[in-house]
Write a protein that binds this ligand. Structure first.
Ligand code: SAH
Ligand code: DHB
Ligand code: MG
Length: 221
């Protein structure tokens, strides 16, 4: 099996199950035009996050790592009226593109893009917590820190999803790059955390070979 097959299958799934969406297409085009890296979740993954948020009945969502707001749009569209999403982004240029994309999507009223280092913003979110769903997708070496903060900002039953945990198998390679090593540290922390029930799922597709971790909080920190 090759990435070519994975991409063909992703295109097939997307063609059948994900209707053409001019707003999401425009968001990706604006991201590309602004020179942002093409590292958002795929369409099928974005819809997967959207479905998780709906299954969860999420009314408050926290995202760490906005980029151009592509995953943000998928998640925010799962919110009911009165729902709210806070997304943390370090790079002001990324945040600006995201804000324009969210405005085009008609979601600005429910989404708050906070610019700065996530680790500095997280302690200030207590008043917005608990979040029903938290999506961690920023600088990979900090994932364990973000996970620990997520536990503090959770309630019993909160869902924590982490992107990019497998990194083409780097997860099982102790000499892999610092992003993959960050994920080894994170999965070890997940394993050692008695307050959550968790697993990780490998994925292939248009973005190559990677995976998500998912945890349900049994006892908040
Ligand atoms: N969730 C997005 C992709 C995020 S890419 C999507 O799927 O559409 C990762 C983002 O995290 C980048 O925009 C990067 O600038 C941001 N980032 C990196 N380090 C960060 C930090 N310390 N705090 C907050 N955001 C950070
Ligand atoms: C990459 C992919 C991601 O989904 C991400 O959040 C960060 C980096 C990458 O492929 O490099
Ligand atoms: Mg990612």
């Amino acid at each position: 099996m090759t990435t070519e097959t994975w991409t063909a299958v992703d295109d097939y799934i997307t063609g059948l199950l994900l209707p053409t969406d001019p707003i999401l297409d425009a968001a990706q085009e604006a991201s590309r035009a602004a020179g942002l890296p093409p590292i958002s979740v795929s369409a099928a993954q974005g819809k997967f996050l959207h479905l998780l948020a709906r299954i969860q009945g999420a009314r408050r969502i926290l995202e760490i790592g906005t980029l151009a707001g592509y995953s943000t749009i998928w998640l925010a569209r799962a919110l009911p009226a009165g729902g709210r999403l806070i997304t943390l982004e370090f790079d002001p240029k990324h945040a600006g593109v995201a804000q324009a994309n969210l405005a085009r999507a008609g979601l600005s009223h429910m989404v708050d893009v906070r610019v700065g280092r996530a680790i500095d913003a997280l302690p200030s979110l207590a008043g917005d917590a608990p979040f029903d769903l938290i999506f961690i997708d920023a600088d990979k070496p900090s994932t364990t820190d973000y996970f620990k903060w997520s536990l503090k900002l959770s309630r019993k039953g909160s869902v924590i999803v982490v992107d990019n945990v497998v990194r083409a198998g780097g997860l099982v390679d102790p000499s892999a790059d610092e992003d993959a090593r960050g994920m080894r540290t994170f999965v070890a922390a997940l394993a050692a955390e008695p307050r959550v029930s968790a697993t990780a799922i490998q994925t292939v597709g248009i973005k190559g070979y990677d995976g998500f971790a998912i945890a349900v909080v049994d006892t908040p920190a």
